[in-house]
Design a protein around this ligand. Structure first.
Ligand code: AMP
Ligand code: ZN
Ligand code: FE
Ligand code: FE
Length: 285
């Protein structure tokens, strides 16, 4: 079994890269990919540890992008996974640094918005928690500690998600730009957790077709938020559009209670090694 969607303390996970690698070894996973948001720092830290522990480690990243569906009022947030960016090229490293700056600007604005709502969270408190990338889950954890929310989910529901009182839009790159960055760096781009497109039936397929036309190469059919029914649906779509299949738990440690490394929610994720072999062949082609 493999797990191609994992976050570490370099982004918004609560396990260090070392804990992820040793965790993967005890679970006897055949391979893992570290896919932190907007940073390779977790992968870089894990690399020598994985070599020492004999764990196969794939270089990955998760990008937040915006896709404008034809005719829709607003763009949709779409997460893109990039794989096999080895070693990350200077061009993509520079681009990722720019994304971190955009994130930082959003975070400063989010602090101001929260202050207006009498929920004081300072940018220093946020920065104290991350190494290279701070996101809304860090805000949520601070809010729980300070008693402004009862759980991470509660903090998102009340303040942080798109319908929350303090929501601040992040100036994410377009889907086309994210895709281009991954592909120009020699990587494979996969649509993360398609369930979050939050569309059904034909609408969802129209969106996927739009992405495939733009150059999407794979789809994350296996994900801890996708029950077997959806996994089968996305596997069928992958076959129909000739996409490779990726899968992973989207493990975040304590920031996503109920999701286990390698196996997702109550074992709903079990991704076979053959998917990685296909991806690897695609990356070489
Ligand atoms: P950011 O990239 O800083 O905007 O934070 C996005 C991250 O927050 C996502 O990758 C998820 O891990 C988490 N997240 C987003 N929306 C929610 C939500 N409604 N409930 C819980 N976690 C969420
Ligand atoms: Zn995350
Ligand atoms: Fe995501
Ligand atoms: Fe993720």
């Amino acid at each position: 079994m493999i797990d191609l969607h994992i976050h570490t303390t370099a982004s918004d996970g609560t396990w260090t890269p070392e804990q992820i690698v040793t965790g993967a070894r005890s679970l006897k996973l055949d391979a893992i990919a570290i896919t932190d948001h907007d940073t390779f720092a977790g992968y870089e830290e894990a690399k020598p540890i994985a070599a020492r522990e004999g764990v196969q480690l794939v270089c990955g990243i998760e990008l937040s992008t915006k896709l404008q569906p034809p005719g829709a009022a607003r763009p949709k947030t779409v997460h893109l996974l990039g794989y096999f960016l080895r070693p990350p090229s200077p061009a993509i490293m520079e681009w990722v640094a720019l994304q971190q700056q955009i994130r930082h600007d959003r975070n400063v604005e989010l602090c101001a918005r929260l202050a207006e709502l009498n929920v004081p969270v300072t940018i220093d408190e946020v920065r104290a928690r991350d190494k290279s990338m701070a996101g809304r889950p860090h805000f949520a954890a601070i809010m729980v500690e300070k008693g402004f929310a009862t759980s991470i989910q509660d903090a998102f529901d009340k303040y942080l998600d798109e319908k929350g009182a303090a929501y601040v839009d992040k100036h994410d790159p377009s889907f086309a730009e994210g895709l281009r960055q991954i592909r120009e760096a020699g990587g494979i781009a996969s649509l993360a957790h398609p369930v979050r497109l939050n569309r059904h039936g034909r609408d969802e397929e129209d969106l996927l077709r739009q992405m495939v036309k733009m150059g999407l190469q794979a789809i994350e059919a296996h994900h801890s938020d996708q029950p077997a029914r959806l996994r089968d649906r996305y596997e069928a779509m992958a076959q129909h559009y000739r996409l490779a299949v990726t899968g992973g738990s989207d493990f975040h440690g304590d920031n996503k209670p109920g999701v286990q490394l390698g196996t997702g929610r109550e074992g709903n994720v079990n991704v076979y090694k053959k998917h990685l072999e296909r991806l690897r062949a695609l990356a070489r082609a």
